[in-house]
Design a protein. Structure first.
Length: 283
């Protein structure tokens, strides 16, 4: 017999079924239809099975966040399952995992594709959440360049002179720029495409959260990470569950007046950098 375990047709789509994304889903998706998207089929199956055996309804879809058509097909699949009320994007790679080009294509352009694709399918009253990073606060992009970024479609972002000059210098700079652009992408969508659908969209900028991605960073740049942790007010790293708590708030109805903005959750690392308690070097 086929059991129908969930009559609710409200969909939550997650792009990037990794540590933080799954924590957000576990915190927020009970009673909803979950669509998991990831480039790794293995990740998808493992995460979907864990969720199914914990009482959630989960479907999967292989997606390459760097390919526009793949992201569009993912958004269409979400819409075919029911009303797309929530979208969470945590697909990303960190500086020590990838080249500048890969980071810019995935964390910056890919996020733009996702914001655009879901901007066509979000249900009225829905909400989106992009996981950016504290690094989006690590240096200031000139105001006129930010204005140019806001007026440039996702597929043309890599052609912006400033991004070609600064973003390709090293993976650290690429990551900082990509994550700052995420804040701008949410602002733009909140004011335009997502506004038209009466849906909200925000970003979260986590600090150092101990996930597999963070371990890759520790292994490659341990001293710098230790320095950030030691100089922060919290004097510790964060957990995916702490990000999930804030993510659930931003997605939920109590955050109905919060739109197009970023929530920095970093234990005080950026405060330490801005006040000179920690001296940043970008690799
Ligand atoms: N862990 C941290 O300390 C930290 C801090 C700040 C921001 N972030 C950001 O948070 C997000 C989530 O990170 P996490 O720590 O949960 O990492 P994670 O590695 O657990 O999750 C990332 C997921 O993205 C998927 N992915 C990678 N490339 C993809 C592609 N081309 N298409 C589709 N999926 C793809 C991976 O398979 C993985 O499941 C990332 O954007 C990361 O940059 C992480």
């Amino acid at each position: 017999m086929n059991f129908d375990l969930n009559k609710n047709k409200e969909v939550i789509a997650l792009l990037g079924a990794g540590s933080m994304g799954t924590a957000i889903i576990r915190r927020f998706a009970a009673g909803r239809i979950i669509l998991l998207g990831d480039i790794s089929e293995k990740n998808l199956e493992r995460t979907a099975n864990e969720l199914r055996y914990s009482g959630y309804t989960a479907e999967t879809c292989v997606v390459n966040a760097m390919e526009k058509s793949s992201v569009e097909a993912f958004a269409e699949k979400a819409a075919s399952l029911g009303d797309v009320k929530y979208f969470v994007d945590t697909a990303g790679a960190s500086p020590n995992q990838s080249s500048p080009e890969h980071i810019l294509k995935l964390d910056m352009v890919g996020t733009g594709y996702a914001v655009d694709a879901f901007g066509k399918v979000m249900a009225k009253g829905g909400a989106g959440l992009i996981v950016s990073s504290q690094t989006g606060y690590m240096f200031d992009i000139p105001y006129e360049v930010e204005a140019e970024i806001l007026n440039t479609p996702a597929e043309k972002l890599m052609d912006i002179e400033y991004i070609k000059e600064t973003g390709f210098q090293n993976s650290g700079s690429a990551y900082i720029i990509a994550k700052r652009v995420n804040h701008l992408q949410a602002q733009k969508a909140a004011a335009t495409t997502w506004r038209e659908r009466r849906a909200r969209i925000n970003t979260i900028s986590p600090g150092i959260i101990v996930t597999p991605l963070a371990y890759d960073e520790f292994n490659a740049a341990g001293d710098a990470y230790q320095g950030m942790i030691d100089s922060s007010a919290a004097m510790r790293t964060g957990s995916s569950d702490e990000i999930a708590e804030a993510g659930a708030f931003l997605l939920g109805e109590h955050a109905g007046f919060i739109n197009g903005t970023d929530l920095l959750i970093d234990g005080g690392v950026i405060a330490a950098i801005r006040t000179g308690q920690y001296k940043l070097t970008v690799r």
